[in-house]
Ligand binder design. Structure first.
Ligand code: HAM
Length: 418
C-alpha cells in the first residue's frame, strides 16, 4: 500500500531544494554581518518549556502542540517555535558568560497542528534571531533591521512593517482590567474557549481565529492606550532608530501577537502577496522570559520569519532566482575502454570542483544523450575507441547543439584547470 506524507508537510527536492539553500545561505550571511552566531537546539523539548514560556492559554499550547510520552514517561513536544528552546539553551549552556549582548540565530523546522492551507502548514521552517542582554530600543531596531536586510537582499517588495507596544507587566494589569470589562459585555457571543480565556488571560481572546469572536472584539481597547511612560519612551526610541535606519513602518495598535512572553515592542512584516496568512515575520521584546526560565533578569528581543511564506511571496512577486544545478559536463562513452576513460576524466574533474556526470551502465549513446539533456548538462562529450585512438573528441553545447573538436588531455584546461 502506498503511504503518503502527513497532512500539512512537504517534500523538498530538485530545484526547490536549491531555492531553499539559496534562502538559507542568505539567512546565514545576513545574520553573520550582525555578529549573530548560529544555534541548533533539539527538535523536541520538554512540554513544560512551552507551557511556561509561550503560555497555557495560547492557541499554540492549548491546541497546536504535537506531544508524545517517551518510554520513561516524560512528556515531550515537537518544537512549535524557536524562542523558548533558544532561551533554555542560552541558560543551560551559560551563554550569558560570553561577551554580552549575545545574538543567536537559527534556521529550523517547527511543528503546529493547525488546519493546513496556503501559507499555513503543520511542519514549517523559520529563520529566527534572538538578542539577549539589552533593554535598549536600539536592540529592537537591530533585530528588525536584520529581518529587513534579509528580505531586501532577496528583493522582496511591498512589505509593511507593523509596529506596536503592549507595555510591561504593570501596564498589562490596567489594560487587562479594561479589556475584561469590555469582554464581559460580549460574553454571550464569544466561543467557549474565549469565555474561559477571558478571565485567565483576556488578551488571548484577541487572537481567536473564530470569525464571530473577531467581529465581537473589533473595537476592543488597545494596549498602546494603557502603556506606562517608560514603555512609551522605549516605543518612541525604537521609532527614532528605525527612522535613522531608513526602515519604513506603520503603527498598528491591534497587534498583540499570539504568544504570552512579549513585553513592550511587538512587530510583524506583512505582505499583500500572501492572502489570508499575511504575516511573513513576527517578533518582539520578551524581557521576562529569561527570568521565568530560571535566569537573571535579561532584556531580550527577536523575530521568527516563516520561510514557506517567504517563498510564496518570492514566487508571487516573480523574484525567484533561476537556479542552476551547475552540471558542466556529461561524459558519455562507447565500449569498455571509453567507459574507463570517461570514469577517469570525471574523477579528475570532480576532484577539482567541476560538476561532471556520466552514465556508465552500458546504455546506447542516444539514451545517454537523452539523460544528459534531461539532467541539464551544459556540455557533452562521447568517448569511444576512435576518440581514444586519435586522442580527440567532439564537445557539444547542449543548448545550441554546436560542437567542436577538443583534445582529451585538454579537457581539464577547458574548464580552467591545469
Ligand atoms: P510566530 O508569529 O508564531 O512567532 O511565527 C513567526 C512566523 O512563522 C510567522 O510570521 C509565519 O511566517 C511563520 N509561521 C507560523 N506558523 C506557521 C505555520 N503554521 N505555517 C507556516 N508558517 C508559519 C514565533 O514563532 C516567535 N517565536 C517569534 C519570535 C522570535 N519572537 C521573538 N523571537
Amino acid at each position: 500500500m502506498a503511504i503518503t506524507r502527513p497532512k500539512g508537510t512537504k517534500d523538498i527536492f530538485g530545484n526547490q531544494a536549491a531555492l531553499w539553500r539559496y534562502i538559507e545561505n542568505m539567512a546565514h550571511e545576513t545574520a553573520a554581518v550582525f555578529g549573530a552566531t548560529e544555534i541548533r537546539t533539539p527538535t523536541f523539548e520538554r512540554i513544560e518549556l512551552f507551557r511556561q514560556s509561550v503560555g497555557e492559554t495560547t492557541d499554540i499550547v492549548q491546541k497546536e502542540m504535537y506531544s508524545f510520552t517517551d518510554q520513561g514517561g516524560r512528556e515531550y513536544v515537537l518544537r512549535p517555535e524557536g524562542t523558548a528552546g533558544t532561551v533554555r539553551a542560552y541558560l543551560e549552556n551559560r551563554l550569558q558568560d560570553l561577551a554580552m549582548p549575545v545574538k543567536l540565530y537559527y534556521i529550523c523546522p517547527n511543528f503546529r497542528a493547525e488546519r493546513p492551507q496556503e501559507g499555513r502548514y503543520r511542519e514549517f521552517h523559520q529563520f529566527g534571531a534572538e538578542y539577549f542582554g539589552s533593554y535598549h530600543p536600539t536592540a529592537d531596531a537591530e533585530m528588525i533591521s536584520l529581518a529587513y536586510l534579509f528580505l531586501s537582499k532577496l528583493g522582496v517588495d511591498d512589505l509593511t512593517l507593523r509596529l506596536n507596544s503592549i507595555g510591561d507587566a504593570d501596564c498589562r494589569q490596567r489594560y487587562n482590567d479594561a479589556l475584561l470589562t469590555f469582554l464581559r459585555a460580549k460574553e454571550e457571543k464569544l466561543c467557549t474557549l474565549c469565555r474561559d480565556r477571558m478571565t485567565k488571560n483576556p488578551m488571548r481572546v484577541l487572537d481567536c481565529k473564530n470569525e464571530d469572536c473577531q467581529a465581537q472584539t473589533k473595537d476592543a481597547p488597545v494596549p498602546l492606550d494603557y502603556i506606562s511612560e517608560e514603555a512609551m519612551e522605549h516605543f518612541t526610541g525604537l521609532q527614532k532608530n528605525l527612522e535613522i535606519l531608513g526602515i519604513p513602518f506603520q503603527i498598528d495598535k491591534t497587534i498583540v501577537r499570539g504568544l504570552d512572553y512579549y513585553t513592550r515592542t511587538v512587530f510583524e512584516f506583512t505582505s499583500v502577496d500572501l492572502g489570508s496568512q499575511a504575516t511573513v515575520c513576527g517578533g518582539g521584546r520578551y524581557d521576562r522570559l529569561v527570568e521565568k526560565n530560571g535566569g537573571q533578569p535579561t532584556g531580550a528581543v527577536g523575530f521568527g520569519l516563516g520561510l514557506e511564506r517567504l517563498l510564496l511571496i518570492l514566487r508571487n512577486q516573480n523574484k525567484l532566482p533561476e537556479v542552476d544545478d551547475g552540471i558542466e559536463l556529461f561524459i558519455g562513452h562507447m565500449g569498455e575502454a571509453g567507459a574507463e576513460k570517461a570514469l577517469r576524466i570525471a574523477d579528475y574533474l570532480r576532484k577539482h570542483g567541476i560538476v561532471a556526470i556520466t552514465d556508465l551502465g552500458g546504455r546506447n549513446v542516444k539514451a545517454q544523450m537523452k539523460y544528459a539533456h534531461k539532467a541539464g548538462a551544459k556540455l557533452a562529450i562521447i568517448i569511444g575507441d576512435s576518440e581514444l585512438e586519435s586522442g580527440k573528441a567532439m564537445i557539444k553545447s547542449m543548448s545550441t547543439g554546436k560542437e567542436h573538436e577538443i583534445h582529451l588531455e585538454a579537457i581539464p584546461n577547458y574548464f580552467g584547470l591545469h
